[in-house]
Design a binder for this molecule. Structure first.
Ligand SMILES: Cc1cc2nc3c(=O)[nH]c(=O)nc-3n(C[C@H](O)[C@H](O)[C@H](O)COP(=O)(O)OP(=O)(O)OC[C@H]3O[C@@H](n4cnc5c(N)ncnc54)[C@H](O)[C@@H]3O)c2cc1C
Length: 414
């Protein structure tokens, strides 16, 4: 199989062990139950899978060694491992990827002692601690909402959630939408502003424990796919948390927000390719035996099908290379630009825009080649098809993603 040709020289021995663990976990724990996940409305199967992942020590990975963590921050390793998990279920990869990369790792990078002590230590006891990163808001006729909050050109001016310092506490007022793991998380990282007119300096990233007074949730959204990822409105009504729960401070919080946008896009590319890889394996298997036409040959021996299968393989391999290279460069800021820089965002966006389009095309074509069998649960492809569409839409969508690609080449005022 081509995917086993991962360029080993790019990874440490420890990285390869974790990637292998992710592959084995997917094979043994996720794939046997993935067809039941769409009906798991109470999240019993999903929670069990996440608890198993925590039990294996996955949640320790990013925390400092002093508290029992693995001190690992390699985007290259994490995204390759998350692709493996997404081949089983992209929502599980999302739940774990967001906790580690978007919520826990910023605390480690910023040296936030309060969060390291209060939550990192629990992760290092292999307790399941779920993180949620709340950026998106509902928006309104004057803009705001989703992409406007992520748009680096708008410098946080469209964030509606307000943070104010009262004595030794940060107080939050606002409402968030859609965030993955909302309603089931233990720790929320909320993007707010202390003053929209202050632009990037007004951006404040503040941790909120799930039991904080004033934090409440709406109903879970009813989606086309990605059922293992939970999303609901998050209400912040005078939520008050200790001062030390602010991630870092004015200016640096904006940089961490931009780092999250960038690494989130690389991870999104990896999730998409996990879906595409799963669909590709399913179509190779199905078309091997099913015979069609006057020649009496299996589907994949017909040139029209072989051409489509070749295009799928080309898309998967080139998109995988693109996201791994973006991750490699993200891990080397001294050579390729600060992690929050436009250059890094541009590369990451390129990988996401391309990989999500590859995944949509691969799952769509796989379904075509499998006929009606591709449309039913038993053959796995329809779930990959439903799951991968949202990966294209979230985090900027294909449009803002393309603008961010351009920003790496010239000033773009959009
Ligand atoms: C399953 C799921 C998981 C999610 N997880 C998270 C999460 O963990 N955290 C979080 O904060 N959010 C999360 N989101 C929200 C998601 O990231 C946003 O919904 C997404 O960024 C788009 O925002 P929007 O839906 O408000 O669309 P809008 O911002 O209204 O965009 C609509 C359209 O306009 C395009 N567009 C955007 N900007 C421009 C522009 N400047 N010029 C022209 N066109 C433009 C967009 O590409 C899109 O096509 C999630 C959403 C879902 C469904």
């Amino acid at each position: 199989m081509y995917r086993d040709e991962l360029v080993k020289e790019l990874f440490s021995e420890g990285d390869l062990t974790l990637i292998d663990m992710a592959r084995q976990f997917t094979q043994e724990t996720i794939l046997p139950v993935r067809q039941k996940i769409d009906d798991d409305t109470e999240h019993v199967i999903v929670r069990e899978i996440l608890e198993n992942l925590a039990g294996l020590g996955f949640l320790r990975a990013v925390w400092p060694e002093e508290i029992g963590g693995g001190d690992v921050s390699s985007a290259l390793m994490f995204t390759a491992a998350l692709e493996e998990i997404a081949r089983g279920d992209a929502g599980i990869a999302t739940a774990i990827g967001i906790s580690l990369g978007w919520v826990f790792l910023p605390a480690v990078r910023a040296g936030n002692e309060a969060v390291i002590n209060d939550f990192g230590r629990r992760c290092c006891q292999d307790e399941l601690v779920i993180g949620c990163f709340c950026m998106t808001e509902a928006g309104g006729p004057r803009g705001g909402g989703g992409c406007d909050i992520e748009n680096v050109q708008l410098h946080g001016t469209k964030i509606g959630t307000r943070a104010r310092l009262e004595g030794d506490n940060w107080v939050l007022e606002g409402q968030k939408m859609w965030a993955s793991n909302s309603g089931i998380a233990d720790l929320y990282l909320v993007a707010a502003t202390t003053d929209p007119a202050a632009g990037d300096d007004g951006i404040a990233l503040i941790y909120v424990p799930a039991d904080a007074e004033g934090l409440s949730f709406g109903k879970f959204e009813n989606k086309a796919g990605l059922q293992s990822d939970r999303n609901c409105p998050v209400f912040l009504d005078g939520v008050s948390v200790p001062k030390g729960y602010r991630l870092s401070g004015p200016g640096t919080d904006a940089e961490y927000l931009h780092e999250n946008l960038t690494v989130g896009r690389i991870a999104s590319a990896a999730f998409s390719i996990g879906c595409a890889q799963g669909a590709f394996e399913a179509v190779l298997e199905f078309t091997k035996d099913r015979v069609v036409g006057v020649s009496g040959k299996p589907i994949r021996q017909h040139s029209i099908a072989a051409g489509m299968i070749a295009d799928m393989a080309i898309g998967i391999e080139t998109a995988r290379t693109a996201y791994l290279m973006a991750a490699y460069k993200y891990d080397r800021p001294e050579q390729y630009g600060a992690r929050h820089s436009i250059a890094q965002l541009s590369r990451a966006s390129m990988a996401k825009v391309y990989a999500t389009e590859v995944a949509i095309s691969v799952t769509n074509r796989a379904m075509e080649l499998m006929g009606s069998y591709g449309y039913v649960r038993e053959y796995d492809v329809e779930k990959y098809w439903r799951d991968c569409k949202i990966i294209q839409i979230w985090e900027g969508g294909a449009q803002l993603g393309r603008f961010d690609v351009c920003r790496g080449y010239y000033d773009l005022d959009i």
